[in-house]
Ligand binder design. Structure first.
Ligand code: G1P
Length: 293
């Protein structure tokens, strides 16, 4: 079955990026000149998804405004003949069909996904987390969709991370099928290093099937009272559901952390032809100044 729909959970409180996230959704933090969520929506569109559900929560109105038309702004730009900018602004408003549902209490990623049940309506669906931007010619989520279409089993996007970082991720233990493809045998959310069964981490891209909703309803909240998606996926594996993990190709930025966010800004700016030269000379100046005190 073809994957047509994507779910983007954007209800989290963004505590890792406080204090800015006190009054601004973390998904709206700018990477160069567009918000993080723009890159994520673009990845889904490039993968052929034509229906996106964003799970929002308190204080997330800016996301809806960003993807909406802005007639005042368009009028202003048209009047002044700023054709390029006008085109850019209009395009965002017409990117794709985006639907919204609100998670009323911050009960975790798993609970956010449960809010998508009605919308996905029995179909397989992709999940893209806004904490990760993955830059690649073939979109990361598309790489998973191809595996899903071939094996008809849920697929998790993974990447090997430094052992010191395993406690930041959902960790997968799998047996290799071939190349970058694993069959998942076990999963554990944010294990301490000594309990991690591997350093293969979930990177915020999934293709899931509707069975996950029952599993989510049945898992117990974690010690913070949150429902973890990883726990629900684990229960499916333990019940015998076949689940795959694929190492995603591409450059991943963990924009949910301060250093990852700054790195994404530098590298994505460097990839922009019109900015590259000036950014390099600015960085050279900064480094010279550091060296010479
Ligand atoms: C979530 C998932 C985790 C995954 C991570 C990827 O954690 O729960 O399994 O590895 O995203 O970014 P969060 O970063 O929301 O705490």
């Amino acid at each position: 079955m073809r994957v047509r729909k994507a779910v983007i959970p954007a209800a989290g409180l963004g505590t890792r990026m406080l204090p800015i996230t006190k009054s601004m959704p973390k998904e709206m933090l700018p990477v160069v000149d567009r918000p993080v969520i723009h890159y994520v929506v673009e990845e889904a569109i490039r993968a052929g998804i034509d229906d996106i559900l964003i799970i929002t929560g308190k204080g997330k109105r800016a996301i809806e405004d960003y993807f909406d038309r802005s007639f005042e702004l368009e009028y202003y730009l048209r009047e002044r003949g700023k054709v390029d900018k006008l085109k850019q602004v209009e395009e965002i408003g017409e990117m794709v069909d985006i639907y919204y549902v609100r998670q009323k209490k911050p009960l975790g990623l798993g609970d956010a996904i449960l809010h998508a049940e009605k919308h996905v309506n029995g179909e397989p669906f992709a999940v893209l987390l806004g904490d990760d931007i993955v830059i690649n010619n073939k979109p990361a989520v598309k790489q998973l969709m191809e595996i899903f279409e071939r094996f008809n089993a849920p697929v998790l996007g993974v990447e090997r991370v430094a052992w010191d970082d395993v406690s930041k991720y959902g960790i997968v233990y799998g047996t290799k099928i071939r190349g970058s493809l694993y069959e998942v045998r076990d999963l554990i959310e944010k294990p301490p290093r000594e309990k991690a069964p591997s350093n293969v981490a979930i990177v915020g891209r999934y293709v899931l099937t509707p069975e996950v909703f029952d599993a989510l309803r049945n898992v117990k909240p974690d010690k913070n009272g949150e429902i973890q998606l990883t726990d629900a996926l684990r229960s499916l594996v333990k019940e015998g559901t076949k689940m795959l993990a694929r190492e995603v190709e591409g450059k991943r930025y963990d924009v949910g952390t301060k250093v990852g966010f700054i790195r994404a800004n530098i590298e994505i700016a460097l990839a922009r032809e019109e900015l590259r030269k000036e950014i390099i000379s600015t960085m050279e100046k900064v480094i010279q100044e550091i060296k010479h005190g």
